[in-house]
Design a protein around this ligand. Structure first.
Ligand code: ADP
Ligand code: MG
Length: 504
């Protein structure tokens, strides 16, 4: 199968490509190295997965985190693509089995940790397979200028050069600074790459700043209005995380803490509780980071102002990866500035460091803190404009989706998420509730998170369009052939039963 629209429809169940996707896919299929810089949630994965499906042989995807690989492989399997990952979470026996399968051509896409490339056995495997494409995900990890530098990423180019035939190389990241982009091209030794850089804006995110007297009460009130949805609350310190979690729990909210002071196993456990919707709220420090790819996070609240705009936008950006309207709300107080100043000085404490260097570092960070404080306190223009201008992009206000443009105050602030007009469907809430219950049952049956069965938007369309038969299902967002086969009848039954009851 090589018509890319056909692949999009039958595997993913989507009707059209998003901005940039088609160009990137064409570039890769035509055999050209490609660098794609697109914001979180833009849909980068599909840009290498579709070429992988259209090309002969196995595509390797290099990814920095086990949780990201697991998530992607789960998503691929759920749409009927044969995929696997090779990383340290596998026992030697499982690893052997996976490589054996791979040798026999069982998989179309294999995710690998960068460290794996350095092993003899993997190189030997790769040299004896047809590998048309290598996709480097989170490619900013290759750069010292980025925030998640991973030394083993610098070995990727060496690995590629050892292969008998050079594959097409694709690099994906959401980090757009010129230094990082230059590093990616030179370190990966991309050849005359096609480069696609999309703007930074995330239209589906609402940005708000509030200064409530009682932040904890604000958080409780907010979550109570959004009880059935997943969200993250970021705090500056472990102590604040623990305290806020207790307050939320006392208010009857299923929140769990996440910070670097906890054991690895506790953290993994809490992360899974969150991903599988058994805990709706994660209260976290910045330690809760890149590994979380849950697409249906409906809000990110900042209990404290973060230290700089880069951290802020990255954390806020964990909301709404699925493109659905989501909230990013920053709760500011003057005390946050002082906590940050204290943390900056503390993080630079090092007896062996050159005092002048240390002072310079501190000043850079204090300057960034000043910009963050300016963003949080000056109420003179559209917040989206302020954010995008900070990252060097122009924006013409109003955005109509921030607390400034909407004249929201902490008192008038209620349920503010609004769907853009074209997405407004006549959703039957009662039917939607039943479909949600069915989704949970199906997720439990298959042992996957609810979002991995179908997305919120799919449920909304099911409830609005009420398909009658398997044929109608193909028109619903996110339902490809495999999901229809696996879950279609169950959803149709819910709709039928509901309509029969309504007739009486
Ligand atoms: P990124 O890696 O750029 O942050 P992902 O690849 O994880 O984003 O995609 C984010 C979400 O958008 C996923 O749920 C994905 O299925 C969805 N998506 C991607 N492309 C499309 C499309 N063309 N139409 C609809 N949804 C899409
Ligand atoms: Mg991604």
């Amino acid at each position: 199968m090589s018509d890319i629209h056909e692949v999009l429809r039958t595997y993913y169940g989507y009707t059209s490509f998003r901005k940039g996707q088609e160009e990137i896919i064409h570039s890769l299929i035509s055999g050209r190295d490609t660098l794609a810089v697109m914001p979180t949630g833009a849909g980068k994965s599909l840009c290498y997965q579709i070429p992988a499906l259209c090309m002969e042989g196995i595509t390797l995807v290099i990814s920095p985190l086990i949780s990201l690989m697991q998530d992607q492989v789960r998503a691929l399997i759920s749409i009927g693509v044969r995929a696997a990952y090779l990383n340290s979470s596998l026992t030697p026996r499982q690893m052997e089995l996976a490589i054996d399968n791979a040798r026999h051509g069982v998989y179309k896409i294999i995710y690998v940790a960068p460290e794996r490339l350095e092993t003899e056995s993997f190189l030997d495997f790769a040299c004896h397979r047809n590998i048309p494409l290598i996709a480097v995900d989170e490619a900013h990890c290759i750069s010292q200028w980025g925030h998640d530098f991973r030394p083993s990423y610098t070995q990727i180019a060496g690995f590629i050069e050892k292969l008998p035939k050079r594959p097409v190389v694709a690099a994906f990241t959401a980090t757009a600074t010129p230094n990082v982009k230059k590093d990616i091209v030179s370190q990966l030794r991309l050849k005359n790459p096609f480069s696609m850089t999309l703007g930074f804006d995330r239209e589906n995110l609402y940005f708000g700043i509030y200064k409530p007297l009682d932040k904890t009460q604000f958080v409780i009130d907010y979550i109570r209005q959004n009880m059935d949805q997943s969200g993250i609350v970021y705090c500056l310190t472990r102590k604040l995380v623990d305290e806020l979690t207790v307050s939320l729990n006392e208010a009857g909210i299923s929140a769990l803490p996440y910070h670097a002071g906890m054991s690895d196993s506790d953290r993994t456990f809490h992360q899974n509780e969150f991903i599988y919707d058994r805990a709706k709220v994660m209260v976290a420090t910045t330690a809760f980071g890149m590994g979380i790819d849950k697409p249906d996070v409906r809000y990110v609240l900042h209990y404290n102002m973060p230290a700089n705009m880069e951290d802020y936008y990255q954390q806020a950006g964990r909301a709404g990866r699925d493109g659905e309207p989501s909230d990013c709300i920053l709760l500011y107080s003057g005390r946050d500035v002082r906590i940050n100043e204290f943390l900056i000085r503390k993080s630079e404490e090092n007896e062996n460091a050159d005092p002048e260097e240390v002072q310079k570092h501190i000043e850079i960070q204090l300057e960034k803190l000043k910009q963050m404080t300016f963003y949080s306190t000056s109420a003179y223009t559209c917040l989206r404009k302020k954010i995008l201008n900070y990252f060097g992009e122009k924006f013409l206000p109003p955005c109509n989706n921030c607390s400034y443009c909407r004249h929201d105050t902490e008192n008038s602030f209620k349920k503010i998420r609004v769907l853009p007009a074209e997405k407004q469907l006549f959703v039957d809430e009662a039917l939607l509730g039943r479909l949600e219950k069915m989704r949970i049952a199906l997720a439990n049956r298959s042992g996957v998170p609810a979002y991995s069965v179908v997305t919120d938007r799919t449920l909304r369309e099911l409830s609005a369009y009420r398909p009658r038969n398997i044929g109608d299902l193909a028109k619903i967002y996110g339902l490809g052939e495999v999901k229809i086969k696996r879950y279609g009848q169950d959803f149709l039954d819910v709709i039928n039963r509901y309509e029969n009851e309504a007739d009486f």
